[in-house]
Design a protein around this ligand. Structure first.
Ligand SMILES: NC(=O)c1ccc[n+]([C@@H]2O[C@H](COP(=O)([O-])OP(=O)(O)OC[C@H]3O[C@@H](n4cnc5c(N)ncnc54)[C@H](OP(=O)(O)O)[C@@H]3O)[C@@H](O)[C@H]2O)c1
Length: 330
């Protein structure tokens, strides 16, 4: 039986005491919430009395977690929707069932993500990392727009990464919407830049439409989770040098963690996303405040210049809408 309790490190505990209010009456939807940082977000919200909607591919695991939450934090009517971000039809089905079953959502954490080999494909033959990290979320959230639009005051956070800084030079996104041909090693970094571009463009469109919706992005710093424990991601070379791509790469990442050059755990990694929605003074992009934004308590974080490239934002938006056959503002 998996251990669902989480240890809260002292500095995260102090931050939570100051920033996490009682959330009874609030509903948060979290993608990828059966493990890792998404689980920490769900755990802290449930612990504060909020309701969690798990948008996940492992429904059985979510149900076990809900039983644990009900037993330990009180029954807050948590819910589950089956969502596989690698399959467009399930993104639509999940959104349709949530539109019917949920009246109002206060927060959405679009958190799920993967780091795969550049050669990993979806069943449709598209690059798996970009599909799950960007396309699946774009489709799911687009189909969810009726619920989002009626949830006045909703706040939405797209989980990005420090790695968005190392996105491909002269990046265009066409290749990721076509059946996989040659995919660069920077695919994970490209997908994490896409998360920010998507949030920025969506935010400006909501303002134009006068919708009471706020978008944010965040990055957790560096947290040892299953996404990077056995990393195969060759683009990691851009940060750690070629050592990370060699057979000692995963040991090297564990050493970084051991010597404190990382967040102490998933709770600390969840704080930038939580800050985005809980702190009225939070800017658009939150991340850790320590050296190189790798660890530390959350603050406004730095974004690369390309995040502000409105042509790139427009291009990504148009290609995503056409590919997903979803129209956000129809
Ligand atoms: N850890 C870090 O240092 C770090 C740094 C920067 C950014 N991030 C970002 O933080 C987010 C969470 O990562 P993590 O470190 O917590 O990794 P993790 O522990 O591996 O969690 C990833 C989550 O994504 C879910 N997921 C994977 N494929 C999915 C799919 N096809 N459909 C729906 N859900 C899917 C997983 O679900 P299952 O439980 O079913 O596998 C899991 O719950 C990611 O977006 C990642 O890019 C992490």
């Amino acid at each position: 039986m998996r251990q669902y309790d989480l240890v809260i490190d002292p500095s995260s505990r102090a931050w939570l005491d100051d920033h996490l209010p009682n959330l009874s009456g609030k509903t948060a939807m979290v993608t990828g919430s059966t493990q890792g940082i998404g689980y920490a977000i769900a755990y802290l919200i449930a612990r504060a009395g909020g309701r969690v909607i798990f948008a996940v591919r492992n429904v059985t695991m979510a149900e076990r977690i809900i039983a644990y939450f009900n037993q330990n934090f009180g029954d807050n009517n948590h819910g589950v929707a089956h969502l596989d971000l690698g399959v467009l039809q399930t993104t639509k089905d999940a959104a349709d069932s949530l539109i019917k079953g949920v009246n109002h959502v206060d927060y959405i954490f679009a958190n799920a993500g993967v780091v795969g080999l550049p050669t990993d494909c979806t069943e449709t033959g598209h690059n798996r990392t970009f599909f799950i990290n960007h396309i699946g979320h774009f489709s799911f959230l687009g189909h969810l727009m009726p619920l989002i639009a009626r949830s006045k005051g909703i706040k939405i956070v797209l989980q990005s990464s420090l790695r968005h800084w190392s996105a491909q030079k002269d990046l265009t996104f066409e290749k990721y919407f076509q059946k996989q041909e040659v995919i660069p090693n920077t695919v994970y970094a490209d997908s994490k830049l896409a998360n920010i571009l998507f949030a920025m463009k969506w935010s400006s469109l909501c303002k134009e439409q006068d919708l009471d919706v706020e978008m944010f992005s965040a990055h957790p710093g560096y947290v040892l989770t299953s996404i990077n424990q056995g990393t195969h991601d060759a683009s990691m070379r851009s940060i750690l040098g070629s050592i990370s791509a060699c057979e000692f790469g995963s040991a090297c990442l564990k050493l970084m963690h051991r010597f404190g050059f990382s967040q102490p755990g998933i709770i600390a990694g969840s704080l930038p996303s939580l800050r985005a929605v809980l702190d009225e003074g939070a800017g658009f992009y939150s991340g850790p405040s320590g050296f190189l934004e790798v660890y530390g308590l959350p603050k406004d974080a730095a974004m690369s210049r390309r995040c502000y490239d409105t042509k790139l934002q427009d291009q990504l938006w148009e290609q995503s809408e056409a590919f997903c056959r979803v129209n956000y503002f129809s």
